[in-house]
Design a protein around this ligand. Structure first.
Ligand SMILES: Nc1ncnc2c1ncn2[C@@H]1O[C@H](COP(=O)(O)OP(=O)(O)OP(=O)(O)O)[C@@H](O)[C@H]1O
Ligand SMILES: [Mn+2]
Length: 432
């Protein structure tokens, strides 16, 4: 009997052990699968890396972000209709010079607004820029990157920024890595219109035929147009700081090159060093980068700049963070207000967000009430929806691949997180 009891006891102990081991095996397998899932999510666009203190703040706020930041805003519908109506293609009734005169008068009357929120002339202007004939071509020597200058019918000039990359290309590295992205310039125009930052330049996408350009090019430009691929391709390298024959833009089989047509904004424009300029030297840090953990840096800036200028730069940082342009080393003003020119360094990598582009916002903890209210209209995926709709009108659409739109939505939430962080710290005084 005693023997029997002992055997049963040993049997029961072994059974418990086996059940426990099997459970342990499956549980650990499950948690391994879970952590693999998390790891793969970490690699996807939905999750971002938290490297420094600002990212941690964003993370903290993002988790508890209020529903107003995540749901659709009822105000969106009517604004959407107005924007779509304003930018839908239309037939041109005016001649080119009449249209250019109208557009130039828009910006003559204001300081930083290049165009009005709504005008029946906008669609005429965009159609005109898409179809106007190029009469002559030169190199555009301002700036450091390859650009051309076209004189167009009706006596105006446009700046042409050519395509270096296709839409899927991911540019890794520093925030300012790579060459200009023509699609970033085009997208920036529509983003400016949506967010009511109408200080961005007027831009359309268009292909040019480099063989035709060769015929109307001046001598200097002609000398920088070369043939490659055993004479099958025509390529241009231009005249600029970074311009050299080994780095040229080539036409396709039929000699077409995509690019952005930037309508020339009338000046005078003034250039200023950005208080949040990077050092552009490996390992070196600018003052604003060192003191990023406190507000001293902004106190410094406040002493040197007017509130209007500071708020303009904060608007610019929001705009730049969305497109991920980290290259606004200098900014330009017209009649003392900031103009958002040079938006070609956006959309390098949909996986990364350089948080420090937002430094003006989180170091100063100030934002215009109007900017905040406008951002709030485009919550819950509305920003993507409206921009997809508007950019459909461009000849080079789609302007962005979907992964960049996911990134845009993610960045919008990060901006809201940062605003919430500031609000918790300083209350409603952050809204100016
Ligand atoms: N649409 C425009 N209207 C008027 N001027 C313009 C326009 N686009 C560019 N410019 C002028 O040309 C200059 C150089 O343009 P941009 O900054 O785009 O070139 P970049 O090669 O990217 O320069 P950088 O390397 O310094 O960033 C601008 O500072 C501005 O003065
Ligand atoms: Mn640039």
């Amino acid at each position: 009997m005693k023997k029997y009891c002992c055997a049963t006891f040993i049997f029961l102990i072994s059974l418990v052990f086996i059940i426990y081991s099997v459970n342990f095996y499956f549980l650990s397998r499950l948690s391994r699968q879970d952590s693999n899932k998390i790891k793969s999510k970490l690699n996807s666009h939905e999750i971002f890396e938290y490297n420094d203190i600002e990212d941690e703040r964003i993370n903290h706020e993002n988790v508890k972000l209020k529903t107003i930041y995540r749901n659709r805003n009822p105000k969106y519908t009517s604004l959407k209709d107005k924007l779509i109506n304003n930018y839908k293609p239309c037939n041109r009734s005016l001649n080119f010079s009449q249209i250019w005169e109208t557009v130039d008068s828009w910006s003559r009357e204001t300081s930083n607004e290049i165009y009005p929120a709504y005008s029946s002339r906008m669609c005429q202007f965009l159609s005109a820029l898409r179809e106007v004939k190029i009469l002559s071509a030169q190199n555009f020597r301002k700036g450091t990157q390859l650009k051309l200058n076209f004189t167009i019918e009706g006596g105006k000039t446009v700046v042409f920024k050519p395509a270096w990359y296709n839409r899927n290309q991911v540019i890794e590295g520093e925030v300012y890595a790579g060459k200009d992205r023509h699609n970033s310039e085009i997208f920036a125009f529509y983003l400016g219109a949506v967010l009511n930052f109408r200080s961005t330049g007027l831009v359309v996408g268009r292909s040019i035929n480099i063989r035709d350009i060769l015929e109307i090019a001046d001598k200097e430009l002609r000398e920088t147009i070369i043939s490659k691929g055993n004479g099958t391709k025509l390529c241009v390298y231009g005249k600029c700081f970074y311009c050299k024959p080994s780095e040229s833009v080539c036409g396709n089989k039929t000699h077409y090159i995509e690019g952005a047509f930037l309508y020339e904004i009338s000046g005078p424009l003034q250039k200023h060093k950005s208080p949040w300029q990077r050092t552009y030297k490996e390992g070196a840090k600018a003052l604003w980068e060192i003191e990023s953990d406190n507000n001293n840096y902004c106190d410094n800036v406040k002493q040197k700049l007017s509130l209007v200028r500071l708020l303009d730069l904060i608007d610019a940082s929001i705009f730049d963070f969305l497109i991920q342009n980290g290259d606004r080393h200098h900014y330009e003003t017209r009649k003392n207000r900031v103009i958002l020119l040079d938006n070609g360094k956006g959309f390098a990598n949909f996986r990364t967000d350089f948080t420090d582009i937002l430094a003006p916002l989180y170091q100063c903890c100030l934002i215009r009430k109007t900017t905040y209210a406008r951002l709030l209209v485009f919550t819950g995926g509305a920003l993507t929806e409206i921009l997809k709709e508007l950019t459909k009108n461009d000849l080079l659409h789609p302007i962005l691949i979907d992964k960049h739109y996911y990134a845009l939505e993610r960045r919008l939430l990060k901006i809201f997180s940062m605003i919430e962080f500031c609000k918790t710290k300083y209350g409603n005084s952050i809204f100016q």
